[in-house]
Design a protein around this ligand. Sequence first.
Ligand SMILES: [Zn+2]
Length: 429
Amino acid sequence: MEELLKQLNKPHLRLADILPLIQDAETLPYVEVEQKGTSFEGRPIYLMTMGGGKTKLFMWTQMHGDEATATASVFDLISSLESFPNWYRTYTIYIMPMVNPDGAERCTRHNAQSIDINRDAIALQSPEAKLLRKTFDEIQPDIGLNLHDQCPYYQVGKTGYPSTMAFLAPTTDVEKSITPARTIAIGLVAKMVDAISTHIPNCIGRYDDTFSPRSFGDSFASLGASTILVESGAAPNDPNRQIARKMNLIAIHQTIEHYPSLALQEEMTSEIDAYFAIPENKAKTVSSLLINNLHFIGETSYQASISIKQKTRWCNQFYIDAVGDLSTMAGLSSFDASALTFDAGKVHQLSSYTKITDDSLRDWLQQGVIQFQGENALLDNQSSYTLFYNQPISANENALVLNAPAYFLMRKGDSVVAAVLNGQLIMLD
Ligand SMILES: [Zn+2]
């Protein structure tokens, strides 16, 4: 299985990616695999069962088709279970990997009916939601792990750190009561955060706890399972979210290790305090790249920071997200441009075949060229960057345009010393 696990280091996973792992898991003496049902379009949805203990741990992944990180983690778990002596005497572990294989195929959140399965926990109009609920009712788990991915642009409170992992012990009512089952879930999150903090200090958030009865986490918590929402997020230079993949595995290991004693623990004050001390996730306050305090020189001179984001995790298009005082934002990477001035860059009209390499690109940028126009066949891009080629030109030479492709130059005096090319920062000095 180790070789197959390495192949899950990808930005996205579809059913075909996990079928070999399911087949391989089936050969393990402690894993039982059953096709539990089918998706709207007839793709199989599996349930893997292992162990024979009294405590029932149920986890499910990728009910949002474009959230694949934890799907890799549950297979990591299967191959690592043997490091827990006697786990099978304590636990029966149930895993439903990829609840939404149709969405996974298309790389969309929704299923093939365009239904958000995680808003279908009451209406149960999608076959996937029906199946998840039926499986839950059959198992009646003590613990539910609801494994998702979150947008890369969450910040841990106002700390300046991206939320690489976020946790929630969902509420069961609008009053946000702390029921006995929720208390155990809170205790488990405290243990998870404890262990994960040593790997990604500061990068752990607490997910919004507004009661959301249409969601499965809240619904299963209301049915009495100690339920935890785990959200895998972004980290710098980790496009395939392998850091979050590993942190999920640690979180699951912590569950296995600590549930039996937490379930018996009479008093949970310190865990509850630790849980509520985790800073809340703040949406839309992190950028892919944050350029701080760049000067714009012209008739009206000003200084502004620039937030650059990626259109989606899977398309290589970066755009200008915000301009101005962005002191409440953090960047997956950031750059101090307070000594530099903005330059929109020039357009170069191609008249003959031009090959661009990393070296020649640096020359073009230093000469102030940011964009090429001409017949497609004339430009031969052999550089490692996405070039600005034949795209509409932004109107203003002394201002950035929101939502426009993220391309511009930065000068120190007469010299171009840095460039942003499709959201990538290139240093030229
Ligand atoms: Zn999700």
